[in-house]
Design a protein around this ligand. Structure first.
Ligand SMILES: Nc1ncnc2c1ncn2[C@@H]1O[C@H](COP(=O)(O)OP(=O)(O)OP(=O)(O)O)[C@@H](O)[C@H]1O
Length: 639
């Protein structure tokens, strides 16, 4: 029988939903099937505008898939064919971190447009071929830490746009390729088998990022390279100093022992025969308990013989003690004991715990916030997230200084902002300090800080999650810095849903509702309306408060809508706003932006970039910003 040849039809382009579902079906969770949360993927497609109801999927404003965050799903077996995702034109970020994936590094050659790839803490192994990252010209962040990759670090990793690279805790060997990207801002290659000189382009990073590679040399390590590029044999300055200290310690203790023995000899003169002779007679075993216990190094932090080196941390490459503050960046250091001894002032108690201002003996005051509801997250995950936050650098984001992880509570240490929070000013009795110019600058800065979070943390559905006026702090010049951002991944989910502001957005209040990429935009809108009206938003109140939200009159956006639609616009604005003469039209423009952000319908709600463009059109009046209060407080302006 003759086969009938059917002319091949041009293959129809596959929808993003089909591509994702086909990819999902290749994934294996602990029970051999795709993990439970991904089984909800189905109709209607992955994106509705920039919102997604699909687990782990984030979307661009044009309704295409932007990111996939498939972390902690127990994924097992060989790493999936992530090259199959190359047909998603908008895919920029992919994370499969914290699973149990095995096998070789996946083929990424087709993923030319991917900007961020996270594969940390799996069990992948083998050599990554030299040219692997060549086609990924736009790669900005690459995290491969905590796997078993071996062989040389591929030269193609030095892609021109690379910003962050973590290869820590693998088995990479050989020399480091030449990194010369000026934009590179984070590199961690600690705990591998690398050797040779550290390239000049990396010498500006913290030494802890290179520890655990006994054959690396050159700056920033305190190990010089010899002519062949190997660590100069002989002792480093630090080792020599340590040995001198140890010898001095031993001599002092030995002196104490001898003195003690001589003393006791005098006391018991003829009863015993010359016990000191055995000490002086060359017995090297220390008989003084002081000698046995006096540690030359901190034993608690030293790795046991034969154990792997500890992971690099901001504490300088060693594992922090259980009760030790972990500092995020270089600079000022203090101990938890210093904080306990410092004079402390309670700033307030929020939904998560209390905040204290601690004035240390030296340097400006810091704020310590205690969080009780972060108990579901392990030390490693918590630390990784804090390091991620610590790398965010923006004038409108409060930098994290240090953190402390304890099972039952976490402490976050930040700078103290001299003018307190926007909430205190607006709803205390000092709202008249906030003239129109300051209010507008505060909103502009808050929007920019939020935009930076969206750019840097695209994997998070709600990159801020808790944007409200008590989390908008004001520096000495009344410029805003956002605090308590990006905490959703580490807050106990049930508590997040109950108290975090993004979860009070209309899309979350609906039955089985979930936050969307625009939930933070809604919070920004509420903030704008609060700043303009001086009214306290009901959505800030603790508890679930769904009923309250459903009563439109109790809701700030609903109230503003009703007053504006009755053409009573002049009743909307806070009577305490000074300096508003001639700026009425601009205030109405800002009000419209606030209402555009507060649309209950997520589709119609404005995109963040539209919000920023519209706010940028509103001119800030010329004014003097530093008040007597701030200037006399003695605290510094932020750099
Ligand atoms: N870094 C800081 N500098 C100055 N004041 C601060 C700082 N951090 C917090 N505060 C003040 O402490 C008060 C309490 O803040 P905290 O963050 O503990 O709770 P909250 O923001 O009211 O609620 P939540 O816990 O829901 O965020 C805030 O109103 C703010 O005025």
């Amino acid at each position: 029988q003759q086969a009938v040849v059917v002319p091949a039809a041009a293959a129809a382009p596959r929808s993003e939903a089909d591509v994702l579902i086909a990819f999902r079906d290749t994934l294996r969770g602990p029970d051999g099937a795709p993990p439970g949360p991904l089984r909800t993927w189905g109709t209607p497609g992955p994106c509705r505008g920039n919102a997604s109801a699909w687990y782990g999927v984030s979307c661009h404003g044009n309704g295409t898939v932007q990111g996939l965050q498939l972390e902690r799903l127990g994924l097992a077996g060989a790493a999936p064919d992530i090259g199959a995702l190359a047909v998603l034109p908008g895919l920029r970020a992919l994370s499969l971190s914290d699973n149990a994936l095995t096998g070789a590094f996946p083929n990424v050659s087709a993923l030319a447009v991917l900007k961020m790839l996270y594969l940390s803490r799996n069990r992948m192994s083998g050599v990554i071929p030299e040219g692997t990252f060549g086609p990924m010209r736009g790669l900005r962040k690459l995290y491969l830490s905590g796997n078993e990759f071996s062989g040389p670090v591929p030269g193609s990793i030095t892609s021109p746009r690379l910003l962050e690279l973590s290869l820590a805790n693998n088995r990479f060997e050989g020399p480091l390729p030449d990194f010369s990207q000026p934009e590179l801002r984070f590199v961690d290659v600690s705990n591998n088998n690398l050797c040779g000189p550290i390239p000049t382009g990396l010498s500006r990073f913290n030494a802890s990022m290179f520890t655990g590679n006994s054959l690396l040399c050159g700056k920033p390590l305190d190990v010089e390279c010899d002519e062949s590029g190997a660590p100069r044999s002989g002792m480093s300055k630090l080792m020599i100093i340590a040995i001198v200290i140890i010898i001095l310690g031993v001599l002092l203790c030995a002196g104490g022992v001898i003195t003690g023995v001589l003393g006791s000899r005098r006391g018991s003169s003829r009863r015993r025969r010359a016990p000191a002779e055995s000490i002086g007679g060359g017995d090297q075993t220390p008989s003084n308990p002081k000698l046995q216990t006096a540690p030359a190094v901190n034993i608690e932090n030293a790795p046991a013989a034969g154990q792997p080196q500890p992971r690099a941390t901001a504490t300088g490459g060693r594992r922090p003690r259980r009760d030790e503050l972990v500092f995020i960046n270089e600079g000022r250091r203090f101990e938890i004991e210093d904080l306990l001894r410092a004079s402390a002032e309670v700033l307030g108690s929020g939904n998560f715990g209390s905040s204290y201002k601690a004035t240390l003996c030296e340097g400006p005051a810091v704020v310590v916030k205690r969080f009780k509801d972060m108990n579901g997250v392990g030390r490693e995950d918590f630390s990784e997230h804090m390091r991620r936050l610590g790398r965010l650098a923006h004038p409108n984001l409060l930098p994290l200084v240090a953190y402390l992880y304890k099972k039952e509570e976490k402490l976050l240490v930040t700078d103290h902002m001299v003018n307190g929070s926007l909430a205190q000013l607006l709803h205390g009795n000092r709202s008249s300090i906030l003239d129109w110019g300051k209010r507008l600058r505060i909103i502009k800065g808050a929007a920019r800080g939020l935009a930076h979070l969206y750019d840097e943390l695209p994997m998070l559905t709600v990159p801020h999650g808790h944007l409200k006026s008590s989390n908008v702090l004001l520096d000495a010049a009344f410029d805003p810095v956002l605090s308590d951002y990006a905490l959703v991944p580490v807050v106990t989910p049930s508590i997040a849903a109950q108290v975090m502001v993004a979860y009070k957005s209309p899309e979350c209040v609906a039955p089985h509702g979930k936050p969307s990429k625009k939930s933070d935009v809604w919070s920004l809108g509420v903030l704008i309306l609060e700043v303009l009206t001086g009214k306290f938003p009901a959505s800030y109140l603790g508890g679930n408060n769904k009923q309250g939200r459903q009563q439109q009159n109790a809701d700030l956006a609903g109230w503003v809508h009703s007053v504006v639609s009755e053409e009573r616009t002049d009743e909307v604005f806070d009577k305490d706003i000074t300096g508003a003469r001639g700026a009425e039209a601009d205030m109405v423009k800002l009000l419209q932006v606030g209402l555009g952000c507060c649309d209950d319908d997520v589709e119609r709600r404005w995109e963040l970039k539209t919000v920023i463009a519209r706010i940028d059109e509103i001119p800030v009046p010329a004014e003097t910003v530093v008040t007597v209060e701030a200037a006399s407080s003695g605290e510094q302006h932020r750099p």
